[in-house]
Design a protein around this ligand. Structure first.
Ligand code: X6L
Ligand code: MG
Ligand code: MG
Length: 147
């Protein structure tokens, strides 16, 4: 899972989400990165991004529901597309599964273009990132310690 926040108490939103995910299964959490906004309207605050590995019996659909519930719990309001958000939780990869539905694509089709995804993913699961990912990813990121 890729998690990000650029509104309000970013660390708090990410920590609360990880705590809730830990009730769904075993979690491993990447270091945090402070990241330049990619896409979306100009003038946004920096994001705090992490990647979380969750070992769970949930289906992909159930997991998507959990992601949306966590966003709502963090007070996320749907305003402009790709605008500031208190919490974003995206499914990146599910071991042994591919999904290509309109509302759910796994693996996430654009994850390799985003440094804010690939940097924490490379820390957490280096076997999952291609050796040349740094050449293709966009957006500056800076290590921001652990959550
Ligand atoms: C052209 C058109 C090039 C659109 C890029 C890239 C759009 C990424 C949306 C794009 C384009 C996104 C985060 C973020 C967002 C985040 C950081 C998105 C969705 N979420 N930037 N931008 N961290 N640093 O979590 O990823 S909006
Ligand atoms: Mg996202
Ligand atoms: Mg999302």
């Amino acid at each position: 899972l890729g998690l990000g926040s650029n509104l309000g108490d970013r660390r708090r939103h990410l920590r609360d989400a990880v705590e809730n995910l830990a009730a769904m299964g075993a979690v491993r959490v990447s270091p945090a990165y402070e990241t330049e906004p990619v896409g979306g309207p100009p003038g946004q605050e920096l994001h705090l991004n992490i990647v979380v590995e969750l070992t769970t019996d949930l289906t992909a659909r159930q997991l998507l529901g959990v992601c949306h519930r966590l966003e709502t719990a963090a007070g996320r309001v749907r305003a402009e597309r790709w605008g500031p958000r208190s919490l974003d939780v995206d499914i990146l990869l599910i071991e042994g599964l591919e999904v290509d539905d309109p509302d759910l694509q796994v693996p996430h089709p654009r994850m390799q273009e985003r440094r804010f995804v690939m940097a924490p993913l490379a820390d957490l699961a280096p076997e999952l990132v291609p050796p040349d990912w740094e050449d293709r990813a966009q957006g500056r990121v800076n290590p921001a310690g652990s959550l």
